[in-house]
Design a protein around this ligand. Structure first.
Ligand code: GTP
Length: 556
């Protein structure tokens, strides 16, 4: 394929506006998949994606399309739709020259339509607006055309109105890709310059790098060097994704495909890295700003004997999702584990679900927290900041776009759900980092009979300390077994107690039910009690079972 007949593009959209359905139709039209099969979200390969109906991981497919007697190679690079994954979107866009911006004909422009449009706009890509779901009874494509013109300054006659579900007008989308998106600007005669824009891990073949070739070519047997690590590798396999891996002899500049070169380690498969031929070094491509985690949580194996298995699962999964940050951590109650950083709450849930589904790991995930920067001062006296309105724009008579500055802590956990239910599902939401702001935060201790429980120390906003402290004390009360003496559970800020619960004294007599003199049964019960004690942690003279920590620390 000549470069002139190659197009690299992505589909971007707000969640549920029909990106995956359109991708399925494009795959069918170009013969990449069979029309007769029941094709649903073919590019969504992960179990978690099919279950939740969301795209998590960008996938690539090379399509072959005949238009006016010419054969074209169209590389479709899939992108996730949810706010948590906008990092993956910008990565996918780096390998493209244009995008299809899909907007639901009923819902119109939503938060991620705007966020994704600007990612494409900043990357200077051609934008083809596609209004989808015109078959719906309440569809109002003319209203959406006006919105697109007003918000994005794209003339309304450029919009293509389709039904991805029924296949209406989908062929026109392919024609527009050929007509309106330029071929990649590359040089096949130069020496190899390939961008690693994604990578996955295969148990048997190691790291599979998704590459976009900017210059030159690469074939099996070539010696390549990573600009990042300067390590040399021999290429074992190259190919295109159609959408499954299909080995080819060579990959040429302008193409997007995969490359396997015996990379085994997480650190070897850097996303954003440039690959070049041995002894033919090139200026590396700019790469990507590393993803910035917004939500942190502790992760521990339910059973410590599972630590090594979980460690290897976490390592492999982070090759597939390099936006997760990993630091080793340990807790007196939960043992050795990690502190993981995620892009958002959904990202955290998806990671956890993938560990369980793809690696059969069962883990304890602690309540998520957000990063704080602490400035220590004798008087902790700094002004608190609540949400501040920054900007407001009417998209049309029915819809308004509002910009606010929020403390991250207020939005990570349940803000999105509350917003959805308050607006009966009409409002949509997107966020970006606005930097650190000063706030009145306090360190809250949890005490059992006056002894601090290290693993339950938290940072909370001063105004919320009372309610958060109360919840923790109540959860602890429900999960602490009664002991020989009374236990005071307290939440405190410095020396000030802000919440308290009491567990009454009680002695559990394990032998109570054993009337009669069956000594072996008695021994069994006593032994079981002793085993149970191993899982206890002593705080002062109070025995706290591991379960109690899990109940308090768990998200739900
Ligand atoms: P994410 O992967 O989460 O970003 O979602 P998506 O944008 O890929 O949306 P998806 O293709 O999964 O479609 C969402 C829902 O809209 C599904 O129930 C589709 O069947 C439906 N849908 C997609 N296109 C059309 C269409 O043209 N008409 C109608 N009526 N429904 C459609």
């Amino acid at each position: 394929f000549s470069v002139e007949n190659t197009r690299n593009f992505s589909i971007i959209a707000h969640v549920d506006h029909g990106k995956s359905t359109l991708a399925d139709r494009l795959l069918e039209l170009t013969g990449a998949i069979d029309k007769t099969k029941n094709n649903k979200q073919v590019l969504d390969k992960l179990q978690v994606e099919r279950e939740r109906g969301i795209t998590v991981k960008a996938q690539t497919a090379s399509l072959f399309y005949n238009c006016e007697g010419k054969q074209y190679l169209l590389n479709l690079i899939d992108t996730p739709g949810h706010v948590d994954f906008s990092y993956e979107v910008s990565r996918s866009l780096s390998a493209c020259q244009g995008v299809l911006l899909v907007v639901d004909a009923n819902e119109g422009i939503q938060a991620q339509t705007v966020a994704n449009f600007f990612l494409a706009f900043e990357a200077q890509l051609s934008v083809i607006p596609v209004i989808n779901k015109i078959d719906l009874k309440n569809a109002d494509p003319e209203r959406v055309e006006k919105q697109i013109e007003k918000v994005f300054d794209i003339p309304r006659n450029e919009c293509i109105k389709i039904s991805a579900k029924l296949g209406t007008n989908v062929e026109r989308v392919l024609q527009a890709v050929i007509e309106r998106i330029p071929p990649p600007k590359v040089h096949r005669k130069n020496s190899l310059k390939a961008l690693v824009f994604d990578s996955t891990f295969d148990q048997y073949r190691g790291v599979i790098a998704n590459v976009a070739l900017f210059d030159g070519m690469v074939s099996k047997g070539d010696k390549i060097v990573s600009a990042h690590t300067k390590k040399t590798y021999e290429v074992n396999e190259v190919g295109v994704l159609n959408p499954n891996e299909q080995p080819t002899h060579k990959l040429y500049a302008g193409q997007v495909g995969y490359l396997i070169a015996g990379m085994k380690d997480v650190t070897e498969a850097q996303i954003g890295d440039t690959l070049y031929l041995h002894k033919q070094p090139v200026e590396p491509l700019p790469g990507f700003k590393s993803a910035k985690p917004m939500v942190f949580a502790g992760m521990y194996p339910i059973d410590q004997s599972e630590y090594n298995n979980l460690k290897s699962a976490v390592e492999k999964l982070t090759i597939n999702d390099s936006s997760v940050t990993v630091h080793r951590d340990s807790s007196l109650a939960l043992g050795a584990g990690w502190r993981l950083g995620f892009l958002g709450l959904l990202h955290m849930e998806v990671f956890n679900q993938r560990l369980e589904q793809e690696y059969n790991a069962s883990v304890i995930l602690t309540t998520p927290t957000v990063p704080y920067k602490a400035v220590l001062s004798s008087a902790k006296l700094i002004k608190a900041r609540r949400a501040v309105q920054k900007n407001m724009m009417y998209i049309d008579q029915n819809r308004v776009m509002l910009k606010y500055l929020f403390p991250l802590n207020e939005i990570v956990v349940d803000f999105y759900d509350s917003l959805k239910s308050l607006s009966s599902g009409y409002a949509s939401f997107d966020y970006e980092d606005a930097g650190y702001q000063t706030a009145e935060l306090v360190k809250m201790d949890i005490l059992l009979n006056g002894n601090i429980v290290e693993e339950l120390v938290t940072i909370v906003h001063k105004d919320k300390a009372h309610s958060v402290g109360k919840v923790i004390c109540e959860r602890l009360k429900d999960s602490l077994p009664r002991q020989l003496f009374e236990i005071a559970i307290q939440a405190a800020i410095g020396s000030k107690i802000i919440a308290r619960e009491t567990v009454k004294a009680y002695r559990k007599n394990v032998l109570a039910k054993c009337y009669g003199g069956d000594i072996t049964r008695k021994m069994k019960l006593l032994k079981r009690q002793a085993e149970g004690k191993k899982k206890l942690r002593k705080i002062g003279n109070i025995e706290v079972p591991k379960d109690a920590f899990i109940k308090v620390l768990r998200t739900q």
